[in-house]
Design a protein around this ligand. Structure first.
Ligand SMILES: *Cc1c(COP(=O)(O)O)cnc(C)c1O
Length: 231
């Protein structure tokens, strides 16, 4: 729950401060400037009121992974200046709607999605999502498809490619997975100069992601506490 002042455990402000400190520490031990990192707080399943509390604590970047929920929250919070990041699998037929609230889409992983977003308004920043597992059912393009997809995105006037995004596979050390992602990102940056950002790192692996060059962290539970059950 997001109720402030719950007796058990640290408050939202304390968890946010702890994560902010740990992010800065991981950056410094990687020889990086913490100021070059964007922490996106993932608020999926949580009510809009939690986003409001985080906004009051200074957070401006928020991540959601379901279109319907994201759209409702963005509408409810239209009075705040927020940057919404769409981080979940996106249905092709919902893509244009997602662009109405999301300034950044982290999950561009197939040609059909590029085609749906290639033209129209507004232009959206995006990441090419790479599947780091061997399971083709997971979100993300297979590493072998990445160059062709990057070329399609580069040719899409309404898409601005920032870099690559990935989720470390369960049951594997995250750091080598992020190293693979970084290498794939370097291939993409050869096709789209300037697309050098890396969206990687969640509550349990952001330090490893920072060590491998992550620029955009997607952190949920370490800041928000456990997600409420979905109904
Ligand atoms: C939920 C989610 C996150 C955040 O996960 P936590 O473990 O809660 O930090 C990050 N990225 C994606 C794609 C997610 O769906």
């Amino acid at each position: 729950m997001s109720a402030p002042g719950v007796a058990d455990g640290p408050s939202l402000a304390e968890r946010l401060a702890t994560v902010t400190d740990r992010v800065a520490e991981a950056a410094r031990s990687a020889g990086r400037d913490p100021g070059e990192l964007t922490t996106i707080v993932v608020t999926k399943f949580h009510p809009a009121s939690l986003v409001r509390e985080l906004h009051a604590l200074g957070v401006r970047d928020f991540g959601e992974n379901r279109h319907q929920e994201a759209r409702e929250k963005a509408a409810e919070l239209a009075d705040l200046e927020l940057t919404w990041h769409f981080i979940g699998q996106l249905q092709t037929k919902k893509a244009r709607q997602a662009r109405e609230y999301a300034r950044v889409i982290h999950s561009i992983d197939r040609e059909a999605l590029v085609a749906a977003l290639a033209t129209g308004e507004p232009t959206v920043d995006c990441f090419l999502q790479v599947n780091l597992t061997d399971d083709p059912g997971r979100g993300g393009a297979a590493p072998a498809e990445v160059e062709a997809l990057a070329e399609s995105i580069a040719a899409a006037p309404a898409l601005n490619l920032l870099g690559v995004m990935g989720v470390a596979p369960l049951g594997e050390e995250p750091r080598p997975a992020f190293a693979r992602l970084r290498g794939i990102g370097e291939r993409v940056a050869r096709i789209v100069p300037g697309a050098t950002s890396l969206s990687a790192g969640m509550s349990h692996d952001f330090a490893e992601a920072i060590a491998e060059g992550a620029t955009h962290l997607r952190i949920g539970t370490a800041i928000t506490g456990n997600r409420p059950a979905r109904d």
